[in-house]
Ligand binder design. Structure first.
Ligand SMILES: [Zn+2]
Length: 70
C-alpha cells in the first residue's frame, strides 16, 4: 500500500467531505481495487486514528541510560 500526493481534480472520498483531495492511497490487493482519495484534513484524521493502534517502529527512545550507541 502506498500513499501518494494527488492532483486535486477529484473530491475527497470521505463521506460528508467536499474538499478536493490531496492524497491518494493506492493498493490493488486491498478490499478496494484502485485508489482512495483523501484531503489533507481527512488524511490527518485517519493518521490520528491509526496512531491509536499502531506506534511508529523507527523511533529510538529519547532517553537511553547507560546505553552504548550502536
Ligand atoms: Zn476530506
Amino acid at each position: 500500500m502506498i500513499v501518494e500526493t494527488a492532483k486535486p481534480k477529484v473530491k475527497c472520498d470521505a463521506s460528508g467531505c467536499n474538499n478536493a483531495c490531496n492524497y491518494q492511497i493506492v493498493n490493488k490487493k486491498f478490499v478496494f481495487d484502485g485508489s482512495v482519495y483523501l484531503c489533507e484534513k481527512c488524511l490527518n484524521e485517519l493518521y490520528g486514528e491509526i496512531g491509536r493502534y499502531i506506534k511508529p517502529k523507527n523511533i529510538k527512545p529519547i532517553y537511553k541510560k547507560g546505553g552504548k550507541d550502536e
